[in-house]
Design a protein around this ligand. Structure first.
Ligand code: ZN
Length: 549
């Protein structure tokens, strides 16, 4: 859309003030209002602080402003808020070589060669996405094959599923790996035909043998990753993200961007454990910094692992592994100690819990500690994937927020059936039940584990089907949410989950003017149309930060 001077101002030929108010007219505006209802409008006025001055509804007269922009009839939505993501990882992910589109080993090797040439300054070549099955190779690739295209630097490439890594000879040498190296428990060093020489591919926990020698990113690389993450996220219509597992190095990078004016993503940070919490925040959460762009809200902690690797902690053994129930990653006493310590400092806890036992334990611990620490705590449970149906009502107590990722449901559904069996899924990804019981949902993506695309998330939230429309009619479809609930989950409720309500997340007077212009109305479009939404523009604080043209 084109920026135009309002006619009044042109006529009087007054010099443009540095800050000015702007009318964005001719939009089909949608927001969630204070009552949680959908509100529609036709124009929006941004004040000179980048906040929303007012909405103009159908039939209302347009106010005079310094600038006028024509929205060209596009749909205006609040900027999406991803309630669970990993900002730096999104950036690093975007900066590494992506081999997922390659169809043969030769094609991949050529891509690696070109990438190494284009990135001469990088001491290691890092990448991901290879898949020897897609290449029709019939075996794993080898270090020698990598050496044939990059022999001056170590190379380390993750397989598409993240469960294997492929290195060249210099990577193996850097990690001190030779024929005498023993595979660690839970991992395997692939060998060449002689049965002794490491082939260059490392499975599961054996990947750690090489990963532990990867160089830590330098500050300049972190800043590059943040810039890249902002680009990627804004292009998808995301204006804010809860950063799950912020380290002091991440935080310093966010601060540098804030200080030099390049921070355009709003980041609600949750520290990577208690030490980072104190390093970043000291005795309590930080204030909102840089016009509501950055705040340390609280602490992220892990109660269990993931379902795929059977690390999720279950009440009963895995259906496909009858001696295994998964494991608690934080023992009960430690969990309570950390929660008390966080609560004493008013840090907001965000507890990763996937399995039935982990969710029960999180709920019990919160219940106990909330007795002594009342008030508006907004205890967050992250993922809340498989809950024992008898525990679901507890998700509505003590102001708990269920921070969930709709796309995980379609990615995991068949695997979840294998891990648990069909009879133990009554509380699986139970979005609708949680709302009906009086709980609160915030939606996110877990990017870069999944794509950050919030429109894919919206489509799953209202269908429980994947991009192929499977399963037909949706997986456990009673747990679908309405379009309005889905939109709120990715905007106003995601803001509430981060103590940001009233600052951003809705298009209402007094809030930051964070919005996107798109080509479809997600409250009316088909799920396929929602998935194909084109984001034309993304604005943060009244400033355009992404333009598709
Ligand atoms: Zn995560």
């Amino acid at each position: 859309m084109k920026l135009k001077l309002a006619a009044t101002l042109l006529a009087s030929a007054i010099a443009m003030p540095a800050q000015a108010d702007v009318l964005i007219d001719n939009v089909s505006g949608i927001t969630i209002d204070e009552e949680g209802k959908v509100k529609r409008f036709e124009a929006l006025v941004i004040d000179d602080d980048g906040k929303i001055a007012r909405l103009v509804e159908r039939g209302e007269e347009r106010p005079r402003t310094d600038y006028l922009e024509d929205g060209e009839g596009r749909v205006m939505l609040p900027g999406f808020i991803d309630a669970h993501g990993h900002v730096s990882s999104v950036g690093f992910n975007a900066l590494t070589l992506d081999l997922s589109a390659t169809n043969s080993l030769e094609e991949a090797l050529e891509a690696i060669r070109v990438f190494a040439e284009e990135n001469e300054a990088r001491p290691w070549i890092l990448g991901r996405g290879w898949n020897q099955e897609k290449w029709g190779l019939g075996r794993f690739p080898t270090a020698a094959e990598l050496d044939s295209v990059v022999s001056d630097r170590p190379v380390w490439l993750n397989r598409v599923d993240g469960h294997a890594g492929w290195g060249n000879s210099l990577a193996l040498r850097a990690a001190g790996i030779d024929a005498s190296t023993v595979s660690p428990e839970g991992g395997r060093i692939e060998k060449l035909a002689d049965g002794k020489t490491p082939s260059g591919v490392f499975i599961d926990l054996a990947m750690g043998l090489v990963e532990k020698v990867l160089p830590a990113p330098r500050p300049v690389e972190r800043d590059l990753a943040l810039a890249e993450a902002q680009k990627v996220l804004h292009a998808q219509g995301i204006t804010a993200m809860a950063d799950m597992g912020t380290t002091i190095e991440d935080w310093q990078s966010f601060r540098r961007a804030g200080d030099n004016g390049s921070l355009t993503l709003r980041i609600m940070a949750y520290s990577a454990g208690p030490e980072q919490m104190v390093l970043i925040g000291g005795s309590g959460p930080t204030p909102w910094l840089y016009d509501d762009k950055l705040r340390l809200n609280g602490i992220k902690l892990y109660l269990d692992g993931a379902l795929g690797s059977r690390g999720a902690w279950l009440k009963q053994p895995y259906a496909d592994d009858p001696h295994n129930t998964g494991l608690p990653l934080t023992p009960p006493a430690a969990l309570r100690n950390i929660l008390v310590r966080a609560a004493q400092g008013n840090f907001q806890p965000a507890i990763h819990a996937i399995g039935t036992a982990a969710n029960a334990e999180a709920l019990n611990a919160i219940g106990e500690i909330a007795e002594s620490f009342g008030g508006d705590r907004r205890w967050r449970i992250e993922h809340v994937q498989i809950v024992d149906p008898s525990d679901l009502p507890k998700l509505a107590e003590h102001g708990i927020i269920s921070s969930m990722q709709p796309v995980h449901q379609t990615s995991d559904m068949f695997m979840a059936e294998a891990r648990l069996g069909p009879d133990r899924l009554g509380g699986a990804y139970a979005w609708s039940s949680i709302l009906e019981l009086g709980g609160r949902l915030a939606f996110g993506s877990d990017a870069p584990v999944e794509s950050a695309d919030p429109f894919a998330g919206l489509a799953v939230a209202i269908t429980r089907s994947n991009a192929e429309g499977e399963p037909f009619g949706g997986w456990r479809p009673t747990e679908r949410v309405t379009r309005e609930q889905a939109l709120a989950g990715f905007t106003s409720e995601a803001a509430f989950a981060g103590f940001a309500e009233g600052r951003f997340g809705r298009l209402l007077p007094g809030e930051r003017a964070d919005f996107i212009l798109v080509d479809i109305d997600p409250l009316l479009a088909t799920p396929d149309e929602i998935r194909a939404t084109k984001v034309h523009e993304t604005w943060v604080g009244g400033r355009k930060v992404y333009d598709a043209d």
